[in-house]
Design a protein around this ligand. Structure first.
Ligand code: BG6
Length: 289
């Protein structure tokens, strides 16, 4: 399987390698950054600017196994979010080996990779990852059928932070929050969101940029998005971390999921021939820069 992907290599920029458990992975190097993407789930497992700390968090306990989701990086949630009776949580996209369509060295130095979800004929789903000083993720869904097509999507991004209880999440003020832990809804106040206990929140009609201000690592991670009306914020905290087999007991201290997508009442309904693009750009800046 790895040999057949080697045609996509770009000398000095992109290599096809044997990743964990022998799974095919793509390693990318640009003038500004490095990245790694598994074909399993079209899953970005690493993005790091040169000289900087990893931007994405990866669990040391993650499974790399067919039929299981990778824990960390950017799980691609599609075509449903959350649990569904008799079906895999967060959809099948993160459990599927995507077709590698194309790799490209862009003018200006970025490297781009395009994947397609093996199609059922009813929809076409293409995922484009562009690596440069920023990481840009674009999920394009087209309805090929004759009926409306409804789906949820989410780029379930795990960010690496110095200390979860020291970060502040900026940009959610005024957004309507469905708090799944407290089982209540409220409108987010002007203060940054702090993480001090188990957090599982869906912000609906939330379209703005989120800044993850991290004093421990001296940086802000900027999450800019379009085609996304929901923001999910998740940290399992202590008890849930202990219960999760593929997550270290203490790892909740070094991560926060800030997920961009369209979930729940923000699900997308595409008319026949319609297309939706979910786009997320991730970039860091020095704390007060
Ligand atoms: C979050 C959900 O997006 O993903 C949480 O809001 C869920 O409820 C978490 O626990 C992790 O999901 P999973 O399926 O990757 O363990």
């Amino acid at each position: 399987m790895i040999e057949s992907l080697k045609q996509h290599e770009i000398p000095g920029r992109l290599a096809i390698v044997e990743g964990k458990s022998g799974m095919p992975a793509i390693r990318i190097e640009t003038d500004w950054s490095t990245a790694e993407i598994y074909q399993h789930g079209a899953h970005v497992t690493s993005f790091q600017t040169k000289g900087g700390a990893p931007v994405l968090f990866m669990s040391g306990e993650s499974l790399f196994q067919s039929g299981k989701a990778i824990r960390g990086g950017v799980p691609l949630v599609y075509p449903w979010f959350g649990g569904r009776e008799g079906s895999p949580a967060h959809g099948f996209a993160r459990l599927t080996a995507w077709d590698l369509l194309e790799t490209r060295a862009m003018p200006g130095g970025a490297v781009r990779v395009r994947f397609r979800l093996p199609s059922d004929g009813a929809s076409e789903v293409v995922y484009q990852v562009t690596v440069a000083a920023a990481l840009t993720l674009e999920l394009m869904v087209r309805n090929l059928g004759a009926e409306d097509f409804r789906f949820e999507s989410c780029l379930h991004t795990y960010f690496n932070v110095g200390s979860a209880d020291a970060i502040g999440l900026h940009g959610l003020a005024g957004d309507r929050c469905v708090d799944l832990v407290a089982a209540r809804e409220f409108v987010q106040g002007p203060e940054p969101v702090r993480i001090t206990s188990e957090t599982d929140r869906i912000y609906q009609d939330s379209t703005g940029e989120v800044g993850i201000r991290d004093p421990s690592l001296g940086r802000t991670i900027h999450v800019r998005k379009s085609g996304s009306r929901s923001t999910v914020v998740w940290n399992p905290w202590i008890d849930k971390s202990i219960r999760m087999a593929d997550f270290g007991d203490e790892e909740y201290r070094r991560m926060i999921c800030v997920e961009s997508g369209n979930v729940g009442e923000n699900a997308v309904v595409l008319p026949p021939g319609g297309e939706a693009v979910l786009r997320v750009e991730i970039e860091t800046s020095p704390l007060d820069g």
